[in-house]
Design a protein around this ligand. Structure first.
Ligand code: HEM
Length: 104
């Protein structure tokens, strides 16, 4: 008679960008022109260095090294709301017209 619910989930949910969330949706964090790779790297390293009232915890060198931080910042900067710029793997639907049947 147990509920038998699936594991995982947990408080907070997983939907990004929902209202009332604690942290912002990073799925399009690269849209903001201010969010350069340098800014993002500096923010993750020490949020208060970029936003004096930031609540996000700092990620010091013991948490992420410079190379990984750089790669992370480059990835974050690439996150755009424009799916064409972000993905670049959408199907084109650009097939050649090779299916013409001979006249009947
Ligand atoms: C690898 C982990 C994380 C990354 C890459 C990351 C990245 C970011 C970035 C880039 C922003 C700036 C968004 C903007 O200004 O538009 C941000 C903001 C924020 N993040 Fe994170 N974050 C991480 C972990 C966390 C954690 C663990 C928390 C909380 C426990 C958190 C809480 C916040 C909050 C509250 C903000 C809004 C600004 C502030 O009040 O600090 N983040 N995060």
């Amino acid at each position: 008679m147990g509920p038998g619910g699936p594991p995982g989930g947990g408080p907070g949910g997983r939907g990004p960008g929902g209202p009332g969330g604690r942290a912002p949706d990073l799925g399009k964090v690269g849209d903001d022109a201010e969010h350069t790779v340098e800014w993002l790297a500096a923010f993750v390293r020490d949020p208060k260095s970029q936003k004096a009232d930031a609540r996000m915890p700092a990620f010091g060198a013991e948490k992420i090294n410079d190379a990984d931080l750089q790669a992370l910042a480059e990835y974050l900067a690439s996150l755009k709301s424009d799916p064409e710029k972000a993905a670049g793997e959408a199907p084109t639907g650009d097939e050649p017209p090779g299916d013409a049947k001979p006249g009947n």
